[in-house]
Design a protein around this ligand. Structure first.
Ligand code: CTP
Ligand code: MG
Length: 464
């Protein structure tokens, strides 16, 4: 039994409107289409992959796809003017030895292995298989005059997704018949099989995460879905992260107290080499020279730097109009400029080691907070900085992420907020453990949320 996946990437994404077609823009450090291809590449029941790309971006696509060294991609084809045409080109490229063809939109990067399996299994019984989810909204049918014609019962309506799977002969025939008829209005492949009554099409459950990136808003949604799906990082150190840490060199700016200090202690306990710096040992992160010298010293001693972390930050609780401009500039310098200085100085070392940069934000980045607006504004800026930098560095194998803990029990916090109820605060040790798990994973461009509720749950489960 031979199963081929045809990945459609022949469109130009008019509704999305980016300069390069949406399937090539980056999501969490990798082009959208690469996420999609990876899932099919790693699926044991998919034997070959054919990719259909736009004529105008053919060489770009070839170069991009080759860079990721997929083993199952056997053909990269030039698409047509419509999705139907691109799909036909993919289907017609399937030889006699192919049994099943799965046709999937390249711009649905969250397709799961499970859905692919279900489609392939259903093809044992049905000649065609669609993937769909119930509609949360009522769907109405309108007339040309924009009045309601009909409201079909919602329980019988579904929203169609992809992949759509077919017996090869059936889908070939459907496309051939459409070609003969001159029919070119199909928005999906099941539509053709239905039109020419070539067999029953079974519907398997899709997923609300399996969105199609269509309009600009969808890429924000995709960012969030990516985080929900991938960033469930626990506070229990993963066994292969333990392996990873051994012998690795980490530099922590802000490493002499709070989260930074816990990070240093934990790293050393796991068999790594951690070097803490802060004003206490004469390193001011707002000064490039200080940071450069610190990194240079470590590299001279250890010959490499694998990880650079910046936990340094200041928070002074005070209303904006009562804060002097000097104090404001100082806060911007430490919280924002400092992290930029650290990033700038670290990049050469991290390119060399294909290493990891971790900055620290705060959960206040999502919304400015009265009483510490400069702090929350700088943290929001850092999130934006990390997202962009991760894209620029992904080709060098350098990972860039930002950890955003909720309120954490640290000396700085105690200084500003007094002695709060500890049961409401994250422990800095838990934040350090999550951070190390993130460092040991291959994620990049992510905002890693650390929540008290996760710490409590993991404590209850005895996972820590
Ligand atoms: N597609 C294709 N060839 C075309 C048109 C579309 O292979 N001539 C692919 C797209 O690349 C996409 C999938 O079909 O992966 C779904 O189509 P859609 O979301 O409509 O993408 P575009 O056609 O590129 O976008 P738009 O309709 O906004 O121009
Ligand atoms: Mg389209």
């Amino acid at each position: 039994m031979k199963n081929v996946a045809v990945i459609l990437a022949g469109g130009v994404g008019e509704r999305f409107g980016s300069e390069i077609p949406k399937q090539f823009i980056k999501l969490a450090g990798k082009p959208v289409i690469i996420h999609t291809l990876k899932t099919f590449e790693e699926h044991p029941l998919i034997h070959e992959i054919y990719v259909v790309v736009p004529r105008e971006h053919y060489s770009y696509a070839i170069e991009l796809i080759h860079r990721y060294e997929f083993k199952k991609i056997k053909k990269i084809l030039i698409g047509g003017d419509t999705r139907q045409e691109s799909s036909r080109i993919g289907v017609f490229a399937c030889g006699d030895d192919v049994d099943n063809v799965l046709i999937h939109d390249s711009v649905r990067p969250f397709i799961s292995k499970e859905i692919i399996t279900n489609v392939i299994e259903a093809l044992n019984k049905y000649p065609g298989v669609d993937v769909a989810i119930p509609s949360p909204d009522t769907i109405i049918e309108i007339s040309n005059e924009n009045t309601i014609e009909n409201i079909p019962p919602r329980n019988m309506l579904r929203l169609g997704q992809t992949p759509q799977g077919f017996k090869r002969d059936i889908i070939m025939k459907a496309h051939q018949m459409a070609l003969n008829e001159g029919f070119n209005k199909a928005t999906d492949d099941c539509g053709l099989v239905l039109r020419y009554k070539l067999g029953e099409i079974y519907v398997v459950d899709g997923s609300e995460y399996n969105i199609k990136i269509t309009r600009p808003l969808d890429i924000h949604l995709a960012d969030k879905i990516f985080q929900l799906k991938h960033i469930k990082i626990s506070g229990k150190i993963d066994p292969h992260v333990k392996e990873y840490v051994k012998g690795k060199v980490m530099v922590v700016f802000g490493g002499t107290s709070g989260i930074g200090k816990d990070l240093v202690d934990l790293w050393n306990n796991l068999g790594g080499f951690a070097y803490p710096f802060s004003r206490r040992n004469g390193v001011d992160i707002t000064k490039s020279k200080d940071v450069e010298n610190a990194l240079k010293k470590v590299c001279e001693e250890k010959n490499r730097i694998d990880v650079v972390v910046c936990t340094a930050g200041v928070l002074k609780l005070e209303f904006f109009d009562r804060t002097s401009m000097d104090e404001i500039m100082d806060e911007i310098n430490v919280n924002f400029v400092g992290s930029i200085v650290v990033a700038k100085a670290s990049i050469p070392y991290l390119k060399e080691s294909r290493g990891s940069l971790i900055l620290f934000g705060s959960s206040s980045y999502t919304r400015g907070r009265a009483g510490y607006i400069i702090y929350s504004a700088t943290k929001a800026a850092l999130v934006n900085f990390v997202q962009g930098l991760s894209d620029e560095l992904s080709d060098y194998g350098v990972r860039v992420n930002i950890v955003v803990p909720e309120r954490t029990d640290t000396p700085m916090r105690r200084m500003n907020f007094g002695n709060e109820d500890k049961s409401l605060l994250l422990s800095s040790e838990f934040v350090a453990k999550v951070t190390i798990n993130a460092i040991g994973s291959d994620i990049t461009g992510s905002v890693i949320h650390v929540r008290k509720q996760d710490e409590m749950r993991e404590r209850m489960n005895g996972d820590m």
